[in-house]
Design a protein around this ligand. Structure first.
Ligand SMILES: NC(=O)c1ccc[n+]([C@@H]2O[C@H](COP(=O)([O-])OP(=O)(O)OC[C@H]3O[C@@H](n4cnc5c(N)ncnc54)[C@H](OP(=O)(O)O)[C@@H]3O)[C@@H](O)[C@H]2O)c1
Length: 257
C-alpha cells in the first residue's frame, strides 16, 4: 500500500533545507496535497526566503517557517519542544541539507586539495546534521503511526559505484550519512514498526549546490527542482517499513552501498 494510503490522518511534515533548491520544491508539492495537514519549513534563513514567503501567502498557517541551523543541537532541542507542543506525531521528515562547495567545504579533485577544515565542514553538514535532526525529533516518530524519514544522499556516496574518484569529502560524507541512516532505520523499526528510513539520490538538479559543476551535464540530465521533488516524493510513496534502511535513486532504481 502506498505511503499516503497508510495514513490515518493528514500528515504533519517537516522539511529541513526548505528555503531553496530541492527542499523548497518538496515543500511546495507537499502543500498542494489535501492529505498534508502542515509543513514545517526549516532552514538557516527560512524567514528570508522570498519563495517560502510566497508559499506562506498561498497556504496560510499550513506552512510554518522556522530559522534553524541543524548543526546546532540546542536549536534542534528547542525545535523538538516547539513541535511537541502542537503535535504528538510527525509523519514525514525530509532532510535536504547538504553542501558540496561553500566556505571551507571543497569539491577536491586530488588528495593534495584535502584538508581537515574542509573534511569537517562537509561531514558536519552532510552526515551529522541529518542524523542529529533525526535524534532530536525521535519522540515525534516513535509509536505506531506511519512515518517516513528520508534524507538526500547522493549516488557519488556509493562506494560500489565509485569509478571516477574525486570529491573526497562529499563522497565520504554521503557514505557516512548512508551508514547513519541505515543504523537509525534498525533502531527506529523497533520504536515504530510502521517507520521507513530512506537514503535518496535526487539526480543532478539545477540548484545553487550544483551550479559550479553543471558545465558538462547534458541538458536532459539536469533536472529542475520541481522534477526532482516529484520523483523523490514518488519514492517516498512507494516505499514502506519493508524497505527501511535502503538507498534509492530518483527513478526507483536501488543504489549499491
Ligand atoms: N543538486 C544536485 O544536483 C544534487 C545531486 C545529488 C544530491 N544532492 C543533495 O540534495 C540535497 C539538496 O540539494 P540542493 O541542490 O537542493 O541544495 P541547495 O540548493 O544548496 O539547498 C540546501 C538547503 O539546505 C539548507 N541548509 C544548508 N545548511 C543548513 C543547515 N546547517 N541547517 C539548516 N538548513 C541548512 C539551505 O538553506 P539555508 O542556506 O537558508 O540554510 C537550503 O535550503 C543536498 O543534500 C545535496 O547534497 C543534490
Amino acid at each position: 500500500m502506498e505511503y499516503w494510503q497508510r495514513l490515518e490522518h493528514p500528515a504533519n511534515v517537516l522539511v529541513c533545507g526548505a528555503s531553496r533548491g530541492i527542499g523548497l520544491a518538496l515543500s511546495e508539492q507537499l502543500l498542494a496535497r489535501a492529505d498534508v495537514a502542515r509543513v514545517w519549513a526549516v532552514a538557516r534563513h527560512a524567514s528570508q526566503s522570498a519563495d517560502l514567503a510566497a508559499l506562506a501567502e498561498r497556504h496560510g498557517d499550513r506552512l510554518q517557517r522556522l530559522d534553524l541551523d541543524c548543526c546546532d543541537e540546542a536549536a534542534l532541542a528547542a525545535l523538538a519542544q516547539r513541535l511537541r507542543a502542537v503535535t504528538p506525531q510527525l509523519h514525514l521528515l525530509l532532510c535536504t541539507v547538504g553542501v558540496l562547495q561553500e566556505g571551507a567545504a571543497k569539491a577536491e579533485k586530488s588528495l593534495t586539495q584535502l584538508d581537515l577544515q574542509g573534511l569537517l565542514a562537509t561531514f558536519q553538514r552532510n552526515s551529522c546534521a541529518p542524523i542529529l535532526l533525526l535524534k532530536h525529533l525521535l519522540p515525534l516518530l516513535r509509536g505506531r503511526h506511519p512515518c517516513t524519514v528520508a534524507a538526500l544522499s547522493a549516488r557519488v556516496g556509493s562506494i560500489g559505484d565509485n569509478r571516477l574518484g574525486g570529491w573526497y569529502s562529499y563522497r565520504a560524507s554521503k557514505a557516512a550519512l548512508n551508514q547513519l541512516l541505515h543504523t537509525a532505520s534498525i533502531e527506529l523499526s523497533r520504536l515504530n514498526p510502521n517507520s521507513c528510513v530512506l537514503s535518496l539520490h535526487p539526480g543532478t538538479t539545477d540548484t545553487a549546490l550544483s551550479k559550479p559543476f553543471q558545465a558538462n551535464v547534458p541538458a536532459e540530465q539536469l533536472f529542475t527542482p520541481h522534477f526532482a521533488a516529484e520523483r523523490l516524493l514518488a519514492q517516498v510513496a512507494r516505499h514502506g517499513p519493508e524497505q527501511t534502511g535502503s538507498f534509492w535513486a530518483w527513478d526507483g532504481q536501488p543504489i549499491a552501498w
